[in-house]
Design a protein around this ligand. Structure first.
Ligand SMILES: Cc1cc2nc3c(=O)[nH]c(=O)nc-3n(C[C@H](O)[C@H](O)[C@H](O)COP(=O)(O)OP(=O)(O)OC[C@H]3O[C@@H](n4cnc5c(N)ncnc54)[C@H](O)[C@@H]3O)c2cc1C
Length: 271
């Protein structure tokens, strides 16, 4: 791991793959933070027939191609979920669980990330609701916790919490959960049934971009960008579905390429 990368890319789909290829060709050090290709939109697509240069294939097969390209071209591939981005003087800090990475420019290629908080989630965040078992698990040793989430990371976090002595209620179904409590969260309601708990870990595949980088301007379901894919935060670029419609592979790849070129220009101007 480097102390500070030229560029960190958050994502792992086609926009991230396109950005990493261009940034690498421009001689930049690049870390890609991704929670796995199986969480990308593409992975769910049955058959892709409109991507130039590749024959018709399943989304899963195409995801594999992009994953390999990212692995082969990134300076470092960091598996995990970026939880937040902290702008600090000339660099950005990105938290992934308990780890922290730094870069001089950032590309967000996180796909569609919706705000959609469960009722009570925002209110009790930090008061019984956590997004990170590694960070907060020890607080709940010997206690009962709920882990809400259907993905791979949610399952791993539930295993981890059990291993440190928590009683874990796994809530893997998709649907509307409600968090209840007083001073602290103390119950989860799902389909009218209330479960008493001491803590609640909400492990979604993504973090909404407004939480990831709070000062970003976000409108009509997308990060607002200029034609060079720069955002309202200097040094932060965005590409792919996270910038809004159309939600299409070719558009995401093109934006990833532009975002990487613009990030390189931004870095050159800073020297
Ligand atoms: C069922 C379906 C069928 C489709 N069919 C077609 C088609 O035929 N043709 C076409 O052109 N398009 C199609 N699309 C759309 C296409 O898949 C998307 O436009 C494209 O995948 C967007 O790429 P992306 O890189 O922007 O985002 P994604 O592919 O969604 O990748 C983003 C990745 O970043 C990860 N991520 C997000 N936040 C974080 C974080 N905080 N930390 C770490 N990782 C994070 C996500 O989990 C995800 O893996 C389809 C989509 C779906 C759902």
């Amino acid at each position: 791991m480097l102390d500070c990368y030229d560029i960190i890319i958050i994502g792992g789909g086609v926009a991230a793959a396109s950005a990493v290829l261009t940034a690498k060709n421009r001689g930049k050090t690049v870390a890609v933070i991704t929670n796995g290709e199986e969480t990308s939109s593409l992975y769910r697509a049955e058959r892709i027939t409109n991507y130039p240069g590749l024959p018709a294939m399943s989304g899963k097969e195409m995801s594999e191609v992009f994953r390999r390209q990212i692995e082969e071209n990134a300076t470092d591939l960091i598996r995990g979920r970026a939880l937040n981005v902290m702008p600090m003087d000339e660099v950005f800090g990105v938290a992934v669980g308990n780890d922290f990475y730094q870069c001089r420019a950032l590309i967000i290629a996180a796909g569609i990330t919706r705000e959609n908080l469960y009722p009570g989630e925002g209110e009790f965040l930090g008061r019984g609701v956590s997004y990170c078992a590694t960070c907060d698990g020890m607080l709940y040793r010997g206690k009962t916790v709920a882990v809400i989430g259907s993905g791979h990371e949610a399952a791993e976090d539930a295993d981890f919490l059990e291993s440190i002595g928590c009683t874990v209620i796994r809530m893997r179904e998709n649907g509307k959960y409600e968090i209840k409590g007083g001073l602290k969260a103390n119950a989860v309601v799902f389909r009218g049934e209330e479960q008493a708990v001491d803590g609640i870990f909400i492990i979604k595949d993504t973090v909404s971009v407004t939480r990831l980088v709070p000062s970003l301007v976000y409108e009509n379901g997308g990060i607002v960008t200029n034609r060079d894919m720069s955002t309202s935060v200097p040094g932060v670029f965005a590409a792919g579905d996270c910038t809004g419609k159309p939600y299409q592979l070719a558009k995401a790849a093109g934006e990833g390429n532009i975002a990487a070129l613009s990030a390189c220009e931004y870095l050159a101007a800073k020297k």
